[in-house]
Design a protein around this ligand. Structure first.
Ligand code: KG4
Ligand code: ZN
Length: 353
């Protein structure tokens, strides 16, 4: 087979990530520098601040990825970089750096779609995963159900009409006074284990819409109202809450999570039935993106696919959240098919990058 070595660079949101991957599927290195501290201090992503944070660490993150992989730029077959979707100021930090490396070392470049990378990384970890397959991509900014027919050929079965599920996890965590030095998702998942998921009957979004789209804005509002009516004060961190206050917060976390995931289950179920009608050869549902690192999400969707004799493919958490490996791997998939750009000219002006 081919023996490619590709550097992947990801700066679309709040993580600066780079990795070196071989076409055999071997991950030679993986480096992620997170802005979680910044986010906690300022309570969200401000594009300008995120851009500066990426700029500060990008050189070091890439050097570390090359060093850990024990390769130099001259060993690379290509450079892959996320070109969207994402914050344009942030994307530019990665793209500029990728173009500089590619032009200095005369390397081809592959521009990568962030969501395609979340889906295709599943083919790195599960080598039996062939097209066509279905994918549920769940993160902070996106909620997508797709039918992947072939490389670059995707049918969108459903998307969110407002917020993504990760956004709902993050806001719920913030309103419950959870520790925001890491992202809200894992904090809710942990707290939900102590709570009673049946204690609050949040209604399942879009019950009356018989399609595969998602909505999380309404559930967010229901959660906010429940928090207000229980007089929970987010200014008091959960670590300082009384045991009664803590258990009330845990009940909300568990009840929120149950309904947030029920919504995923219902949409997946409908999408699978629909997709199997037009592509009976589908064998897999890929679940990827940050929220797919959640154990409860995995378990519930595991039941859904089982009913239809499909197999769930869920990358390990470090490959579900934003990372450079998925970018490098998707670069390999495209490069193999001849889809790449020539090295940028050496005298390219900075402002064109
Ligand atoms: O894919 P990702 O790293 O970045 C985006 O492309 O948005 O996803 C980040 C999202 C955040 O909303 C975070 O709270 C959520 O994934 N997340 C989780 C878990 N781990 C990360 N949500 C629920 N449970 C988790 N264990
Ligand atoms: Zn992502």
């Amino acid at each position: 087979d081919d023996d490619l070595v590709v550097l992947g660079i990801e700066t679309s949101c709040d993580d600066t990530a780079a990795a070196v991957v071989r076409s055999s599927g071997e991950i030679l290195s993986q480096v992620v520098s997170s802005q979680a501290d910044l986010l906690a201090r300022y309570g969200g992503v401000a594009p300008k601040m995120a851009e500066e944070a990426h700029s500060r660490v990008i050189d070091q993150v890439i050097q570390e990825a090359l060093d850990k992989a024990n390769v130099s730029e001259t060993d690379l077959s290509a450079v892959a970089v996320t070109i969207g979707p994402g914050l344009s100021l942030c994307l530019r930090v990665g793209v500029r750096k990728a173009r500089r490396i590619a032009s200095s070392f005369n390397l081809p470049m592959v521009g990568i779609h962030h969501m395609e990378a979340h889906a295709l990384v599943a083919r790195l970890i599960e080598r039996q995963l062939r097209f066509p397959f279905m994918a549920l991509l769940i993160s902070g900014g996106h909620n997508l159900l797709i039918l992947a027919q072939d490389l670059g050929q995707y049918i969108q079965l459903g998307t969110t009409i407002d917020d993504a599920i990760g956004e709902a996890y993050d806001k719920t965590a913030k309103w419950l006074g959870l520790d925001m030095r890491r992202s809200g998702g894992p904090a809710i998942e942990e707290l939900a284990r102590e709570g009673d998921a049946e204690s609050i009957k949040f209604s399942i979004p879009m019950k009356q819409h018989k399609d595969c789209n998602f909505s999380y804005a309404g559930l967010k509002t229901q959660v906010r109202l429940a928090i207000e009516s229980r007089k929970i004060n987010a200014e008091i961190p959960i670590s300082c809450a009384s045991s009664q206050d803590r258990s009330s917060r845990a009940d909300i976390a568990a009840s929120f999570q149950r309904v947030a995931v029920l919504h995923l289950e219902e949409r997946c179920e409908r999408a699978i039935e629909w997709a199997l009608n037009i592509e009976p050869s589908i064998k897999h549902l890929v679940v990827s993106g940050g929220v797919a690192s959640n154990e409860y999400v995995r378990a519930r969707l595991g039941h859904v696919v089982k009913k239809h004799s499909l197999q769930l493919v869920c990358p390990p958490p470090s490959l579900c959240t934003d990372n450079g490996v998925m970018v490098a791997w998707t670069g390999i998939e495209h490069f193999r098919m001849g889809r790449f750009d020539p090295p940028p000219p050496a005298d390219e002006p900075e402002d064109l990058m």
